[in-house]
Design a protein around this ligand. Structure first.
Ligand code: VG1
Ligand code: CO
Length: 552
C-alpha cells in the first residue's frame, strides 16, 4: 500500500494493492464480523464506493450515526474524513455518534439530506468478536434499493484507490458545529427530533394517564441504541417510574448480549411478563432500534399479529385518525393483516423481505402501515421500521381501550380468526449444506403440486418473485413457498443478514377461522406442518441439528 498527498494539502489518495471482492450488501446493508471490518482499508473501500455512487455528494448534506457498537467511533471518524475529501458540504452527526435507525431516517427527511450512513449490524451481537455493519439510506430516508447496493458492490470490485482527508477526530459529546476543511460537521441531539415526531402521532397525555393508573411497564433497551430515547419518552415525558427502562445505557458489546428482541434473546424480559405478575406491559427493541417485541401479562404478541392489530385499531392514534391508505407486509409475514385490510376495504401489498421494498409504496402514498414477521413494524412517518413507534402505538391503543394486551388479542381473533404462526431458524449452518438443502427443495417444487403435505393438498409451490407496483422493477428468488389448499403455507429462505455460515429460516402459518380453536400453542397447532417440512426438506439430516436455534 502507498499513500500520497494530493494537490489539496489535507487530502490523501490511498492506493489499494487489490480490491475487496466480498462487499456485497445483504438484506440490510453490508454486514460482516468486526474483524473483517478491521482489515486495513476495508471500511474505506466500501465508503469510497458509496460516495462514488450516491447522488448529490458534492455540496450535499449527509446524516451519520450508529447504534454505538464497537467500531462506531472509528467508522464515524473515517466517514467524516472521507466525506470532506469527497466534497460534502455538511454532515449531521448525532451526539456521541448514537443514532437509531428510525431517528436517522427522520433526520434525513427533516433536514433534506442526500441520505445517511447508519453504522449498525442491527440485532447481531457487537464487540471485537461480534459483527459490524454499514447501512446506506437515500434521500427519502429509507434503505437504498437493490439497484444502488448492486452498483456499490460493482464499484468495490474494481476499486484501486480511495480519498480521505487528514483531520483530528472530533469531540462528538456536545451539540455544536465544527469545520473539517470546507465541510461543516453539526453535532445534533439525536433524540429531540425523534421525540417531537412521536408527540405529533400519539396522545402523550392519554398514554401518561394510563401509565399512572397502576400500569407498570418494563422496557428492555438491551444495552443498545434505544436506551436514551426510551428514558426520555417513557420516564421523563410519560411519567413511568425510574427503572422502567432496563439496560438503558448503550454499550459497545451490548453487555455481551444478542440485541434481538425475541423470546430467546430477551429472555429476562420475557420471564418478567410471561411468568411473573409484576407488569402489565413489556417491550424491547433491537440493536439499532428498528425492531420491537410486544408483551402483555402472560401474553406474547406475534409480530404478524401486531401489524394486524395496529391496522385494525389505527384510528385510535391521532396521527392515523383519518384512516389508512393501504398496508403492506413482507411475503413470509402471516396474512393476519390481509384479513383486516379486506374488512377495511383497503389494499394490502405483499413484498419481498427487507424494508427497502416498502419505500416506493410509502413514497407513492399507496400504504400507511407496513410490517415484517421479524419484529418490524412501521408507517409513513419515516422510511424505516420503528421499534419505539410500535411500542407507543400499542400504549396508545391500550390507553383508549383500557384493557389488557391479552384481551386485545383475544377480541382480535374472535373477530378475524387466528393465523397460527412460527418461524424456525437454523443458524450458522455450513454454507454448502444450507444451499444444498435449499437448491434441492427448489428443484422439487414443480413435482409437489397436487401432493399431500401435512394432511392437505399442495395447491402452489414456487420461488417468490415481486414486481414493484410503482416502478415495475422485478425481484426474483425471494423464498420458496409451499401453499396448501386450506390457506396454510410453509416458506423457506436463506438469511441475508447472518455473518457465520448460512441461516435457514422456516416460516409456518395456518389459519383458523373465528369459529375454530383460537387458544392453542402455535407449536402444537403447527406440529403437522413442522414435521412435514422437516421430512420433505431433510432439515435435520442436512443441517446436523436436532432442533432450530431460535423459535419465534
Ligand atoms: C432479517 C429479517 C428481515 C429484516 C432484516 C433486517 O433479514 O428476516 O425481515 O428486514 O433482517 O432487519 P434476513 O435476510 O436475515 O432474513 V434489521 O433489524 O437487521 O435492520
Ligand atoms: Co434492526
Amino acid at each position: 500500500m502507498t499513500a500520497s498527498a494530493s494537490a489539496e494539502p489535507t487530502h490523501t489518495i490511498v492506493q489499494l494493492d487489490a480490491p475487496f471482492t466480498d462487499q456485497k450488501p445483504g438484506t440490510s446493508g453490508l454486514r460482516k464480523s468486526s474483524q473483517q471490518f478491521e482489515q486495513p482499508h476495508y471500511l474505506e473501500s466500501f465508503i469510497e464506493a458509496v460516495f462514488r455512487t450516491l447522488p448529490g455528494v458534492q455540496g450535499g448534506t449527509l446524516v451519520l450515526g450508529g447504534d454505538g457498537r464497537y467500531g462506531n467511533r472509528r467508522a464515524i471518524d473515517v466517514i467524516l474524513r472521507m466525506g470532506a475529501a469527497h466534497g460534502l458540504s455538511k454532515v449531521l452527526v448525532a451526539t456521541g455518534g448514537i443514532l437509531s435507525t428510525p431517528a436517522a431516517s427522520n433526520l434525513i427527511r427533516q433536514r433534506q439530506a442526500i441520505g445517511g450512513i447508519i453504522l449498525s449490524a442491527s440485532h447481531n451481537p457487537g464487540g471485537p468478536d461480534g459483527d459490524f455493519g454499514v447501512k446506506v439510506n437515500g434521500a427519502n430516508g429509507g434503505p437504498t434499493p437493490s439497484s444502488f447496493t448492486d452498483a456499490v458492490f460493482e464499484c468495490t470490485k474494481t476499486l484501486d484507490h480511495y480519498s480521505i482527508a487528514e483531520a483530528k477526530p472530533l469531540n462528538l459529546e456536545e451539540p455544536g458545529t465544527h469545520q473539517t476543511g470546507a465541510m461543516q460537521v453539526e453535532i445534533v441531539n439525536g433524540v429531540d427530533d425523534f421525540v417531537a415526531l412521536m408527540q405529533q402521532l400519539f396522545d402523550f397525555e392519554q398514554i401518561s394517564d394510563l401509565l399512572k393508573s397502576d400500569f407498570p411497564l418494563a422496557f428492555d433497551a438491551m444495552h443498545a441504541v434505544t436506551g436514551p430515547y426510551a428514558k426520555r419518552v417513557f420516564e421523563d415525558l410519560l411519567g413511568a417510574p425510574a427503572g422502567s427502562v432496563r439496560n438503558g445505557i448503550p454499550l459497545e458489546d451490548f453487555g455481551k448480549g444478542h440485541p434481538d428482541p425475541n423470546l430467546t434473546y430477551a429472555h429476562d424480559l420475557a420471564g418478567l411478563l410471561l411468568e411473573g405478575d409484576g407488569y402489565r406491559f413489556g417491550a424491547a427493541c433491537d440493536g439499532d432500534g428498528d425492531r420491537n417485541m410486544i408483551l402483555g401479562h402472560r401474553c406474547f404478541v406475534n409480530p404478524s399479529d401486531s401489524l394486524a392489530v395496529l391496522t385494525a385499531n389505527a384510528t385510535l392514534a391521532p396521527g392515523y385518525a383519518g384512516g389508512l391508505a393501504g398496508v403492506a407486509r413482507s411475503m413470509p409475514t402471516s396474512a393476519a393483516v390481509d384479513v383486516v385490510a379486506k374488512g377495511l376495504g383497503i389494499n394490502c401489498f405483499e413484498t419481498p423481505t427487507g424494508w427497502k421494498f416498502f419505500g416506493n409504496l410509502l413514497d407513492a402514498g399507496e400504504i400507511t402501515l407496513c410490517g415484517e414477521e421479524s419484529f418490524g413494524t412501521g408507517s409513513n412517518h419515516v422510511r424505516e421500521k420503528d421499534g419505539l413507534w410500535a411500542v407507543l402505538f400499542w400504549l396508545q391503543i391500550l390507553a383508549v381501550r383500557r384493557c389488557s394486551v391479552a384481551d386485545i388479542m383475544n377480541s382480535h381473533w374472535q373477530r378475524f380468526g387466528r393465523h397460527y404462526y412460527s418461524r424456525h431458524d437454523y443458524e450458522a449452518v455450513p454454507t454448502e449444506a444450507a444451499h444444498g438443502l435449499y437448491d434441492r427443495l427448489e428443484m422439487m417444487l414443480p413435482s409437489l403440486l397436487g401432493q399431500t403435505f401435512a394432511g392437505q393438498t399442495i395447491s402452489g409451490a414456487d420461488n417468490f418473485s415481486y414486481i414493484d407496483p410503482v416502478d415495475q422493477s422485478v425481484t426474483q428468488g425471494q423464498g420458496l413457498r409451499i401453499l396448501l389448499d386450506d390457506g396454510s403455507r410453509v416458506v423457506i429462505r436463506l438469511s441475508g443478514t447472518g455473518t457465520k455460515g448460512a441461516t435457514i429460516r422456516v416460516y409456518l402459518e395456518s389459519y383458523v377461522p373465528n369459529t375454530g380453536d383460537l387458544n392453542q400453542d402455535p407449536q402444537i397447532a403447527l406440529a403437522k406442518m413442522i414435521n412435514a417440512i422437516n421430512d420433505l426438506a431433510e432439515i435435520q439430516q442436512r443441517t446436523g441439528m436436532d432442533q432450530p436455534t431460535v423459535i419465534t
